[in-house]
Write a new protein. Structure first.
Length: 187
C-alpha cells in the first residue's frame, strides 16, 4: 500500500484521474477477491467492485484519515455487499481453481486441489458473519482492528466470530484443534 499516500488522496479529492487510476491499480484486485468470496458470484463481485470504486470517487471527500485508506475502501465494499445481499436471491457459483499448469507432479496437484476445494467449501458454508471475518483476516490480511473497522463492529466481536468460525471449520473439516490453530495463526 505504499503507493497510496496523502498526496494521492489529495489528488483524488481534486478529481485527478491519475490518482484514481493508481487507487484502482492498487485496490481493484483485493476488493474484487473479497467481494467474490462474500457474494460467491464473479459477475456480482465485478458489479459490486465497480459500485465500490464509484462510491469511492463520489465520497472521497468524506475520508478523514482515521483508518487506513484500504480499510476505508473495504468498508465501502462491505456496505455495497450488504445492500446487494439484502436485495438478492440466493445463488451459488463454483469458483474456478487457480491455474497450476506449472506443476509437474499430478498427484500432488490433485491432493492439493482437493484440500483447497474442501477448505474453500467449508469457509463458504460458514454463516455470513463468520465468513466475513475469516475472509478479511485470512485471505485479505487485515488485522482484527481493521476487520472491526470494515465491519463496523467491536474488535472483541471480531475475535469472538473468528473463534467461532474456526470451531465450525474444525467440525466441518474434521481437523484436530492443533491443525486448525495453525491455520488461525496465519489469519
Amino acid at each position: 500500500m505504499a503507493g497510496i499516500d496523502r498526496s494521492v488522496i489529495e489528488a483524488l479529492r481534486k478529481g485527478e484521474e491519475r490518482a484514481y487510476a493508481l487507487v484502482i491499480d492498487e485496490l481493484h484486485a483485493p476488493v474484487y477477491r473479497w467481494l467474490l468470496r462474500l457474494s460467491r458470484n464473479s459477475g456480482t463481485a465485478e458489479d459490486l467492485t465497480q459500485e465500490t470504486f464509484l462510491a469511492l470517487w463520489q465520497g472521497v471527500g468524506s475520508f478523514q484519515g482515521r483508518a487506513k485508506f484500504k480499510t476505508w475502501v473495504f468498508g465501502i465494499a462491505y456496505r455495497q455487499f450488504l445492500r446487494w445481499r439484502d436485495k438478492r436471491t440466493v445463488q451459488t457459483v463454483e469458483l474456478a481453481e487457480d491455474d497450476q499448469s506449472d506443476r509437474t507432479d499430478l498427484s500432488d496437484l490433485l491432493a492439493e486441489s482437493e484440500e483447497r476445494a474442501a477448505i474453500r467449501r467449508a469457509v463458504y458454508s460458514l454463516p455470513d458473519q463468520y465468513r466475513e471475518v475469516v475472509c478479511l483476516a485470512h485471505f485479505d490480511g487485515l488485522s482484527h482492528r481493521e476487520c472491526a473497522e470494515v465491519l463496523n463492529i467491536p474488535v472483541g466481536t471480531v475475535k469472538s466470530r473468528m473463534n467461532s468460525a474456526f470451531k465450525l471449520l474444525r467440525e466441518k473439516l474434521g481437523e484436530s484443534e492443533g491443525e486448525c490453530d495453525e491455520m488461525r495463526q496465519t489469519a
